[in-house]
Design a binder for this molecule. Sequence first.
Ligand SMILES: *Cc1c(COP(=O)(O)O)cnc(C)c1O
Length: 402
Amino acid sequence: MNRIYFDHAATTQVDQAVADLMFEYMTDKFGNPSSIHGFGREAFSAVDKARQQVADLIGATPEEIYFTSGGTEGDNLAIKGIAYANKNKGKHIITTSIEHHAVLHTCQQLEQEGFEVTYLPVNDEAVVDIEVLRQAITPGTILISIMYANNEVGSIQPIEDIVRLGHEYGIDVHTDAVQVAGNYPINVTDCPVDALTLSGHKFYGPKGIGAIYVRKGTRILAIQQGGGQEKNLRAGTENVPGIVGLGLAAEVAQREMVDRVEQISNLRDQLIRGIMKSIPDTKINGHASNRLPGNVNFSFIGVEGESLLLNLDMKGIAASSGSACSSGSLSPSHVLLAMGLPHEVAHGSLRITLGRHNTEQEVNYLLEVLPPIIERLRSMSAWDGQSYSKKQEDYCSNCQLK
Ligand SMILES: *Cc1c(COP(=O)(O)O)cnc(C)c1O
């Protein structure tokens, strides 16, 4: 059976040219960039080139790029590093209730250490209200950390407005752009955040490598100690194969960005229309139009998400319910709950995230197998087919695609 991969928000397949290049830097060109001999200089210039490639992807300068072990470390470093560097100014941080756990748990850790954190609510499309953000600002606010786009429901935040507001009050703004970088255009000149996190394996690069952008002049402290790599901000011998892989993935992504966004968002809209047409009592989660090109997220009322995933898996389709980290657990997604979905609706959610290798045939196959699965699961569930649909307007205010 052919396997179909619809889980690109969890991870992506490494590009073949990227894998080939990485292999070279594990075998022939294995030097340590800190060594002064030829092997070292070869590795050093490869890291240098990758830094430029990553900078180009987001419109930064190479001096503003610091390599990390991925998105999780990047979020930790940016948030803790800026918090520690500014704690004499204040101890208040603002984030949202729909962040990735790499941000949420970092903020909770900072609360343990005496910082104060406000977790902003979001509306039913998972978008932050700029006025609510303004009201949360206090004289002690030192950092606003709000994700560029959500990994579960795909909604894109008004980051430019958020940055403008933060800067009005002299507050640094960090954004977790892990879902966006390499998949959707992003530019730190047009959208002048002070810090940004990205990760290789979300855009056809390797796992275990990422970077943070830190605007020149932003105060930030290291959170791990050791050698002086990455201008003393991130100690440890550089992951050279990972870094060159990340660099090439960034270059390829930038070159193919326009085509990929168009191709993938066409598939997304085809899928959304198909599902809305063929499956009743369905709610689309996330912003109706301002969402990541590859993200589709639905709640099928009366269906249990885990059973749905298993049934799709038996048909060779890999999808997800909410985030990869929370699948396997039975508590519904914190993002869907923050959007105001009742537990029983949040439980029946399905996330399809499309990528550059997906085809129209694959989407059509999903549209063919999904309706009978939903029908069968509903017939086995406790749902009477009535009580939820009566309240359907409550859940389906945004059911129509714009
Ligand atoms: C995947 C992801 C992360 C974590 O990145 P890793 O490289 O897997 O550690 C952080 N934030 C968001 C929004 C993500 O999607």
